[in-house]
Design a protein around this ligand. Structure first.
Ligand code: HEM
Length: 354
């Protein structure tokens, strides 16, 4: 079948003109902050890499506490290009989280969450939570001593939440301690529940972006600004940026393959100076600031409550920032965004060096 016949075949069945018309009409504002618009697309691209490499790895990974570690060693040493796909999956995850954080702070500081985009913000926030849980659940699948200890600390921390803490801890662990049951649970989360939730939420997120169109920063909203077609102008730019990101992930995956520690031994004491993945360091460091007991109450529980309040405030920001919703400047919320950012960076750096 030549190209013309294929085109006719499709056109007889589908209203291609309508799709072309829609593509022509999709306009995107262009201004000095437009670089931040690419961060969502980069995250999306990295998620696609994660889905593809994850599917390849799942053909060979064995989710059982006696075989999991060995199956990864075999993927890396015996499978053709196995080390490369594992490394791509590792670096894709790291960069996805980096760009996700950049995307969150850019939409926060540009106040893109303001009316009528509240649900866009909420769907994005849920994607952030899911992405972090993707990281934690994937980390345990390696079943080495560092991952084992990190998951023990993280699920133990969740247990400090008042009222529901013990339920969450037992639910995540599949029992009272981190065991082979936890591995099966985390595997189920990592390869089925979280990907399904992600697909649904990404679909919703993109649909909402399409519905509302891209926001214009408050400072430019009342001034004249240009709009350019998304196809092909911005779409080509997206493709070029994705190609550069692919180059970076492939280079990192080739030159810096992730390490594999010693196999986890549930009966052995936790290794010394154990640290979680970098994106958990600010939480880990915050917990260290609190003494064991404050006014007769469990210090860790107080820390977890304060952290949860901070996260809840972040989630509900579109409701608190009334000025932005009215189209007025709201420097207070710019400062809140900057303080959150600085806190995250400073605590992460402290976590690395201490
Ligand atoms: C898997 C994770 C995510 C993906 C794939 C994703 C993807 C996208 C894409 C492609 C856009 C349109 C272009 C852009 O502004 O970059 C967008 C816009 C947006 N995203 Fe996300 N996003 C994710 C997570 C988040 C998170 C965690 C938040 C915030 C908590 C968020 C909030 C927003 C907002 C408010 C907009 C609208 C920007 C505007 O209209 O100016 N997103 N996202």
């Amino acid at each position: 079948m030549n190209c013309q016949r294929l085109k006719n075949w499709v056109e007889e069945r589908y209203d291609v003109e309508e799709i072309k018309d829609f593509a022509k009409k999709k306009l995107v504002p262009t201004h000095k902050y437009e670089i931040w618009y690419y961060t969502g697309g980069i995250t999306l691209f990295l998620f696609v890499i994660q889905f593809i490499t994850g599917m390849i790895l799942s053909f060979y990974y064995v989710p059982h506490f006696e075989h999991a570690y060995k199956s990864i060693i075999e993927i890396v040493t015996k499978l053709n290009m196995g080390w490369f796909f594992r490394s791509l999956h590792h670096w894709g995850a790291q960069l996805a989280i980096v760009f996700l954080f950049i995307h969150v702070w850019s939409t926060l500081l540009l106040k893109s969450y303001r009316k009528p985009r509240e649900f866009l913000w909420f769907s994005g926030f849920m994607l952030l939570g899911i992405s972090i849980f993707f990281g934690l659940s994937g980390y345990l699948l390696l079943w080495d001593e560092r991952a084992f200890a990190a998951v023990k600390v993280a699920t133990g921390g969740a247990g400090n939440l008042p009222v529901i803490g013990n339920f969450i801890k037992a639910f995540l662990r599949g029992g009272i301690d981190v065991t082979g049951e936890t591995l099966i649970r985390f595997y189920a989360f990592h390869v089925s529940i979280l990907p399904l939730a992600t697909l649904f939420l990404i679909g919703l997120h993109i649909l909402l972006v399409q519905y509302h169109g891209m926001s214009v920063p408050l400072s430019l909203e009342k001034k004249a600004h240009k709009e350019i077609p998304f196809f092909p102008n911005l779409f080509y730019k997206d493709l070029i940026i994705w190609l550069i990101i692919l180059g970076i992930v492939v280079t990192l995956a080739t030159l810096v393959p992730p390490e594999i520690g010693k196999k986890a031994d549930p009966l052995a004491p936790a290794p010394e100076n154990i640290k979680p993945e970098w994106y958990f360091l600010f939480l880990f460091q915050t917990l260290k600031l609190f003494p064991g007991e404050i006014l007769g109450l469990n210090g860790e529980m107080i820390a977890i409550i304060l952290i949860s309040c901070g996260i809840l405030f972040f989630f509900l920001i579109p409701f608190f920032d009334k000025k932005s919703n009215r189209g007025e400047k709201s420097p207070l919320f710019t400062w809140i965004g900057i303080i959150y950012f600085l806190y995250f960076v400073i605590m992460t750096v402290f976590g690395f060096v201490s």
